[in-house]
Design a protein around this ligand. Structure first.
Ligand SMILES: Nc1ncnc2c1ncn2[C@@H]1O[C@H](COP(=O)(O)OP(=O)(O)OP(=O)(O)O)[C@@H](O)[C@H]1O
Ligand SMILES: [Mg+2]
Length: 180
């Protein structure tokens, strides 16, 4: 039995991981399944936010932190109003992810864990190639750090699991913790 919209609890599902680790793919699939169950949801994804809310920002640590600070504000308002927010951002810095955790209700950190080599081989956007050629600077994993979560609520091994398996882990977590 799933919660209906009237008694839904807000939450923030926060996908973090390298570019091409699967944050958007798994996030979209989770969104689709929860939507079919009738939950109130919102989706915040790096590619879209970078073209809108954070259009003026680059990829220095300062700008990345500012990007996450803005997103956190949006996620906070939505989750406070009992909406499930599905966020997918590389968000490489631990400290600012922990700030997002403190500032929002029911923050669920989802570590999309796949080795750099696998992510680089996928390279659907051709960004790793560009980064290796030096055409993109501050690229996470190549010329910028990624600080892995130490105690994420959920860890996905997206190099070993299918998108469906990763999605099921998240649905199971939400069920076990009475979010759905
Ligand atoms: N188990 C898996 N989980 C997620 N994605 C997978 C998996 N296996 C293969 N893939 C593929 O890897 C790619 C992951 O790309 P996706 O855009 O989801 O990554 P991302 O983490 O959002 O990257 P970016 O930070 O660049 O937006 C997709 O093409 C997806 O089909
Ligand atoms: Mg993405």
């Amino acid at each position: 039995m799933y919660k209906n919209q009237a008694n839904q609890k807000g939450f923030v599902l926060w996908f973090t991981g390298l570019s091409q680790a699967g944050k958007t793919s798994v996030g979209n699939r989770v969104h689709q399944i929860l939507k079919e169950k009738g939950l109130k949801l919102e989706r915040l994804d790096g590619d879209i936010v970078r073209q809108s809310l954070s259009k003026d920002l680059g990829f220095s640590k300062k700008d990345r932190d500012e990007n996450i600070r803005r997103i956190t504000m949006v996620a906070r308002l939505l989750s406070k109003n009992n909406i499930g927010v599905i966020c997918s951002f590389i968000s490489p810095y631990r400290k600012i992810r922990d700030m997002a955790r403190r500032e929002t209700n029911n923050f669920i950190e989802v570590f999309c864990n796949a080795p750099l080599g696998i992510c680089e081989k996928r390279d659907k956007k051709g960004l790793y190639q560009k980064a290796r050629r030096g055409e993109i600077l501050n690229f996470t994993g190549v010329s910028d750090p990624y600080e892995s979560p130490q105690t994420p609520e959920i860890e996905l091994r997206t190099d070993q699991e299918s998108i469906e398996e990763s999605t099921n882990k998240i649905i199971k977590y939400l069920e076990e913790n009475s979010f759905i």
